[in-house]
Design a protein around this ligand. Structure first.
Ligand SMILES: N[C@@H](CCC(=O)N[C@@H](CS)C(=O)NCC(=O)O)C(=O)O
Length: 305
């Protein structure tokens, strides 16, 4: 019942951020493959509308966004730590910068190169997802700029490795490395390990080989139907609403939670958990029974209904 279940698909770079963390921690986990475009009929009963990839499930608890998934892995799995003592803020801050900036520059590089080869259904889906039209010609024309931006940002990480350290924060990999692996892996995987601008970043290239060697832990496949049955048979873990939260929101209040950037589909439910770091809502669906869906606070808008 307490197995870690990752709902994801192979080509997802944000899922790779989580898979590499599972590798570092040598975890045993279950894998449910989801579609890379909408509709996602076997994911919606769990999330209540959240559509992004990946999603982590543990019994009847559903964790959205890798920011929160990584915190949950850290809590649930034994060392090595992803958040070294005393450096939690640095690791999380770097991850936020990478997720919200480097990732998008890397998407410009990859989608600019591959955009015209992708199916129309994918382009339409990603237009809805991002709120901006997926125009392959414009993306291709913007490749030099995207490479430039990716290089400018990755060179900051290259500089961190310049003193000979093996990982961004020192001798061991942390959350920051998992986050950086996402866009670097995306370019390596979809284009090539020497695609520009990686060809000008020797330290990042060597670092990414070290990261790749961690693998993805021990994974076994699970059907979506079995994942839903696991949720139905389980009870969500207890959570608490901070009585002093500045929002003034109280336990039981009906709210919706919506990402502030992409895939802006609101999830509604009763507020059952609220801390500086996370928002949790209880909801039910006939295929999964009662579940609690958890979101990070940063990057998500909570609206009382
Ligand atoms: N902030 C989110 C971003 C997740 C994200 O953008 N994932 C991409 C795939 S890598 C996605 O959801 N694409 C659309 C889809 O899979 O339906 C996180 O950290 O999990």
């Amino acid at each position: 019942m307490t197995d870690i279940i990752l709902h994801h698909y192979p080509n997802s770079p944000f899922a790779e951020k989580v898979r590499i963390a599972l590798g570092i921690k040598q975890a045993t986990w279950k894998s449910v493959e989801i579609p890379n475009v909408m509709p996602k009929p076997d994911l919606m009963p769990l999330t209540g509308g959240y559509r992004r990839t990946p999603v982590m499930q543990v019994g009847a608890d559903v964790y959205c966004d890798t920011q929160l998934i990584m915190m949950e892995l850290e809590k649930r799995l034994p060392p090595p730590p992803l958040l070294p003592k005393g450096r939690e803020g640095e690791a999380r801050g770097l991850a936020m910068w990478i997720d919200r900036n480097i990732f998008w520059s890397a998407v410009g590089v990859v989608m600019g190169e591959l955009g015209d080869k992708l199916p129309e259904a994918f382009k339409k889906d990603r237009s809805d997802f991002s709120g901006r039209s997926f125009d392959s010609d414009k993306l291709r024309a913007a490749v030099p700029m995207a490479r430039d931006q990716t290089y400018a940002q990755l060179s900051l990480a290259e500089a961190m490795l310049a003193d000979g350290r093996n990982y961004l924060l020192g001798g061991e990999p942390t959350l920051a490395d998992c986050a950086l692996y996402n866009p670097v892996w995306f370019i390596r995987q979809r284009l090539s390990p020497t695609a520009s601008p990686l060809d000008r970043l020797p330290k990042i290239s060597a670092w990414s080989e070290r990261m790749k060697a961690f693998g993805a832990g021990t994974r076994s496949d699970l059907t979506a139907a079995d994942a839903l049955a696991i949720a139905k048979a389980a009870t969500p873990a207890a959570t608490k609403v901070d009585a002093d939260d500045p929002s003034g929101l109280k336990a039981g209040r009906k709210v919706s939670v919506t990402p502030d950037d992409t895939g802006r589909v609101p999830v509604s439910g009763a507020l059952v958990g609220l801390t500086a770091d996370r928002i949790s809502v209880a909801r039910s669906d006939e295929r999964v029974g009662d579940v609690v869906v958890h979101f990070p606070r940063a990057g998500f808008i909570v609206t009382p209904l």
